[in-house]
Design a protein around this ligand. Structure first.
Ligand code: UDP
Length: 417
C-alpha cells in the first residue's frame, strides 16, 4: 500500500466540473467534488477519471495538491447522451491504463460512480488487483418501478444486476436503498455501507430573506416558491407548475426554477407550454443553472422549496433547502421520505399529485408562523448532514478494505513462502 493511499475515482459519463443542473449533472457531481477535496485532507491521493467532453480540455488538470482530474479520450470529445455511451467503455478503460502506464505509482482502490463507470472499474480492479467500491446513485429498476422513466436501456438493467454482486463494497445513500439491494438484488448486508450525502457550511449561513432578495433583485413582497435541480421529466416540474392553480388568488408569487442547460431545452419548452395552459407564464421564472457556490442565497430568498420528483435516491436539494432555513414540500419518495420530517420541517405528498403539492405550498405561503417553525426544525435536523462527516465515514470504509487486502496479501505471501 502507498504511504498516502491512492484512489482512482471513476466518473465516466459526467465530469465533476460540469455545469450543474443540466440534464445529467447534479447530485453525483456535487458528491464527487465535495468528497474528493476532503479525502485529500484525510491523507488520500485522488485521481478522478472522466470521459473527455471537449477537445480543448487538458488531459490532466491539477485541481489541488494531490487531486487531479483526467479527461480521458473515449468516443467523440463532445457531450453525448449517457444512454449512448456504453459502447465507449472499453476505449475508456484502455485509455486509462495507457495514460497511467508510465506513472511510478499504483492505485490502492477504485471508487466508481454510476453503472457506466463500474463497467470500467470492474476491468481495472481485476487488472490492478485492488478493491472496487461503487455507488450507483440511481438504479434503473427503481426508476422504472416509480414509473419515473420509460426508457431505461435493457443493457443497464442487466449490467446493474451483475455489477451489484461483484463490487467489493457498495455505498448506499439511504437505508431504503440498502434494503432494496439486499431484498431485490440479494446483496449481503456486510457488503453495503449506508453513507448519506451532505451539505457544506455555507448553506447554514445566517442571512435574512430580505438580504438575500436584495442581493438577487427579487421583490421583497412577493412569495417565492423555488425549485432547484436537473431539468428532466423525472423531476416532476410539470406537476409543480400545475400545482400553482391551487395557490390563493390573492397571493402575489413567483415560481423560480433553477437548473437546465441546452440539453434540457425540449423539456423547458414543454414546461413553458404547461405554464401557458395553466395561465401562469408571467409567474414562472426559468433562471437556468446556477453555480453551486451561489445557491445558498437563492435558497434563503425562498418561502418554500418544492421537490416534486417521481423518484429520488437521496435528494440533496431537500437537505440544502432545510439547512438554509426553508421549509420544503416534497414527493414522498426515496431519500426525501427520510430527510424531510413530515409536518415538522416540511410536507411529504404523493408524487405526481398537483393538488396535494398546491395545497401544502399554499398552506405554508399563507402562514408565516408555520414557515418559521418548520425552518427552525429543518435547520436543526440538517446539522448532522455534513460533507466532513460523509468523508470521514468513507475514509473508515476505505481503510478497513485496504487493511483486509494487505492481510490477504501477507497471508498469501506466507503461504507461498
Ligand atoms: N445544482 C446546482 N446548480 C443548479 C442545479 C442544481 O448546484 O443549477 C445542485 C443542487 O444544489 C444539488 C444537486 O445539483 O446539490 C442536485 O442534487 P439532487 O440530489 O437534488 O438531484 P440529482 O441531480 O442527484 O438527481
Amino acid at each position: 500500500m502507498n504511504k498516502f493511499p491512492r484512489i482512482a475515482l471513476l466518473s465516466f459519463h459526467t465530469s465533476p466540473l460540469a455545469t450543474l443542473g443540466g440534464s445529467v449533472s447534479g447530485g453525483m457531481n456535487v458528491y464527487i467534488r465535495e468528497i474528493s477535496k476532503r479525502l485529500i485532507d484525510k491523507g488520500f491521493q485522488v485521481d478522478i477519471f472522466t470521459r473527455r467532453e471537449g477537445q480543448e480540455l487538458p488531459l490532466i488538470l491539477e485541481l489541488s495538491d494531490g487531486l487531479r482530474l483526467f479527461n480521458i479520450d473515449a468516443g467523440p470529445p463532445i457531450v453525448v447522451n449517457k444512454n449512448d455511451l456504453s459502447s465507449w467503455i472499453d476505449n475508456f478503460t484502455t485509455s486509462v491504463k495507457k495514460t497511467i502506464e508510465n506513472f511510478d505509482y499504483d492505485y490502492d482502490l477504485i471508487f466508481s460512480h454510476y453503472w457506466l463507470s463500474m463497467l470500467a472499474g470492474e476491468t481495472l480492479a481485476n487488472d490492478w488487483n485492488v478493491p472496487h467500491i461503487g455507488m450507483f446513485h440511481t438504479l434503473a429498476e427503481v426508476k422504472l418501478e416509480a414509473l419515473a422513466s420509460e426508457n431505461e436501456p435493457q443493457e443497464r438493467l442487466e449490467a446493474e444486476r451483475r455489477l451489484i454482486g461483484k463490487l467489493d463494497r457498495i455505498i448506499a445513500a439511504t437505508s431504503d436503498e440498502e434494503e432494496i439491494m439486499r431484498t431485490i438484488y440479494g446483496v449481503p448486508a456486510n457488503n453495503i455501507n449506508v453513507v448519506p450525502l451532505g451539505v457544506g457550511p455555507d448553506f447554514f449561513e445566517e442571512r435574512t430573506q430580505k438580504q438575500a432578495r436584495e442581493k438577487l433583485n427579487f421583490i421583497d413582497e412577493d412569495k417565492i416558491i423555488l425549485a432547484v435541480g436537473r431539468v428532466e421529466p423525472l423531476k416532476g416540474l410539470d406537476v409543480l407548475i400545475r400545482a400553482m392553480s391551487h395557490i390563493d388568488n390573492k397571493l402575489v408569487y413567483q415560481l423560480v426554477i433553477i437548473g437546465g442547460d441546452k440539453a434540457a431545452s425540449t423539456e423547458i419548452i414543454r414546461l413553458k407550454n404547461i405554464a401557458k395552459q395553466v395561465g401562469i407564464s408571467h409567474k414562472v421564472k426559468f433562471i437556468g443553472s446556477v453555480d453551486h457556490s451561489k445557491l445558498p442565497v437563492y435558497y434563503r430568498s425562498a418561502d418554500v422549496v418544492a421537490i416534486p420528483s417521481f423518484s429520488e435516491s437521496f435528494g440533496l436539494v431537500a437537505v440544502e433547502a432545510m439547512a438554509s432555513g426553508v421549509p420544503v414540500v416534497a414527493s414522498d419518495v426515496g431519500g426525501l421520505a427520510l430527510t424531510v420530517e413530515h409536518g415538522r420541517a416540511g410536507f411529504l405528498v404523493q408524487p405526481g399529485c398537483s393538488d396535494q403539492f398546491g395545497e401544502k405550498i399554499n398552506l405554508l405561503l399563507c402562514d408565516a408562523k408555520l414557515r418559521h417553525k418548520f425552518a427552525r426544525v429543518g435547520v436543526e435536523n440538517m446539522k448532522s448532514y455534513s460533507w466532513d462527516a460523509v468523508t470521514l465515514q468513507l475514509c473508515n470504509i476505505f481503510q478497513s478494505l485496504l487493511e483486509d487486502r494487505s492481510k490477504i496479501s501477507i497471508t498469501s505471501e506466507v503461504a507461498g513462502a
